[in-house]
Design a protein around this ligand. Structure first.
Ligand code: PLP
Length: 411
């Protein structure tokens, strides 16, 4: 950890100062350390007035928010809290990209918000951010606009245009920045545009898994506070919170950013908007490339069947990036398929279809064999002939209704 950064961290300083004490409190491991609970000196995230309040105030200042809230339940909790805030302000429908994260569709479902789905054409296997026309069309039917910024492939939506559109319509702009917290302090940062936004700090900055922040500006700050109260855990992890504060203060790594841009060029990666996401087209040789790399201890973020995505952060080591570049240079490339392997959401309306007639459609409810009760086809995934046959042949299933599968109507 960087000493200079640590010096400014309220939570880490508090944890390091604590004296040895005898634990008659949770957690059950009884080994105080940094994993403590609400104690007289450690503040209380449900109504912070001490060290956690100071950390949240500093985070809001760094991110340019009127209020920021520490989350130990991932960006998912932030997405739910934002949508709760707009629902409580009277929203009934939200314009969302077809390839939004499942937390967006789950939150809409739980809160009775209609997702007005914006189409995302798939180009060379990658869903493109919704067009200006599609966004305007959807926003006309909705009370708020939500974008993913940047998306998992490192592309940004048209943020300035979205902000202007929302301002003109008097509707809030929400940004799911699960993959964008490293953009803080740059012109592309979500907080420069959104009324409410999530930072998935654990994904692109050096924080522990599940560490995130949700922020808001103006009158949305108080509404968001209510949302966070509803959805976040009452047992937040102090190590996670300390790591989020540390990560938000983490400086940019200009040398690494330059090296990443160079590595992308050398690897023939996509020319995306985000230096932390190196997306390399392997087409039908993606599995082979992934196997070669994992055999050498190099793991990518995902293999979607067309592309391998390598996720960097300012904490990535330069020598490891160089090793990746060397290995990528040895690997042959195949044909990239045009179709995205995972389908986006086809829209709010659903229909039940016999399995054989659902092939090629988008599944609307997780379903699979029972046992083991793990999804064979997830909500949002395309129904393939093999999986449909697998379910048809199963003795017991879950997620089907009278042997029929629920799929989205609009495709
Ligand atoms: C775009 C997007 N939003 C939200 C989430 C949820 O984030 P978390 O896993 O931190 O809850 C993810 C997770 O991958 C994501 O990709």
């Amino acid at each position: 950890m960087k000493r200079g950064v640590l010096r400014g961290c309220h939570i880490a300083r508090m944890l390091r100062r604590q004296k040895r004490h005898i634990s008659f409190h949770t957690p059950g491991h009884k080994r105080a350390g940094a994993d403590i609970t609400e104690l007289p000196y450690s503040d209380n995230l449900l109504s912070p007035t001490g060290v956690l309040a100071e950390a949240e105030a500093d985070i809001a200042r760094i991110l340019g928010a009127d209020a920021s809230f520490l989350l130990t339940d991932g960006s998912t909790c932030g997405v739910f809290s934002m949508l709760y805030a707009v629902r409580c302000a009277g929203a009934r429908a939200v314009a969302v990209p077809a390839y939004a994260h499942r937390s967006v569709f789950n939150a809409c479902g739980v809160m009775g918000l209609e997702p007005v789905v914006m189409a995302q054409p798939v180009v060379r296997g990658i869903p493109v951010q919704p067009s200006a026309e599609e966004t305007a069309r959807a926003l006309a039917r909705a009370d708020a606009l939500l974008f993913t910024s940047p998306d998992y492939y490192g592309f940004l939506p048209e943020l300035a245009r979205a902000k202007a559109l929302c301002a003109a319509a008097g509707k809030p702009l929400l940004l799911d920045g699960a993959h964008g917290s490293h953009l803080k302090g740059t012109p592309a940062y979500a907080g420069n545009f959104a009324d409410l936004w999530v930072d998935g700090v654990h994904k692109s900055l050096p924080a522990l898994t599940q560490g995130a922040v949700v922020s808001a500006k103006g009158a949305w700050a108080e509404r968001l506070r209510d949302g966070v109260r509803v959805f976040r855990t009452s047992s937040p992890s102090y190590p996670v919170m300390a790591s989020v504060e540390y990560a938000v203060r983490y400086p940019e790594n200009v040398r690494l950013e330059r090296a990443a841009r160079e590595a992308k060029r050398a690897a023939g990666a996509l020319g995306n908007d985000d230096w932390t996401k190196i997306v390399v087209p392997f087409g039908n040789r993606a599995d082979e490339a992934e196997a070669y790399l994992t055999a050498r201890g190099v793991y990518c973020e995902f293999n979607d069947g067309n592309y391998l995505m390598f996720y960097l952060s300012p904490a990535t080591k330069l020598r490891e990036l160089k090793k990746l570049t060397r290995l990528l240079a040895r690997l042959p490339r195949g044909e990239v398929a045009d179709e995205a392997p995972i389908a986006g959401m086809g829209g709010g309306e659903t229909v039940l279809l016999p399995l054989e007639r659902a092939v090629g459609r988008t599944c609307a409810r997780d379903c699979g064999r029972f046992p083991p009760c793990m999804p064979l086809i997830r909500r949002g995934e395309r129904v393939t002939a093999e999986k449909a046959e697998n379910l048809r042949a199963a003795a017991n299933t879950y997620g089907l209704t009278d042997g029929m599968i629920e799929v989205f109507s609009r495709e």
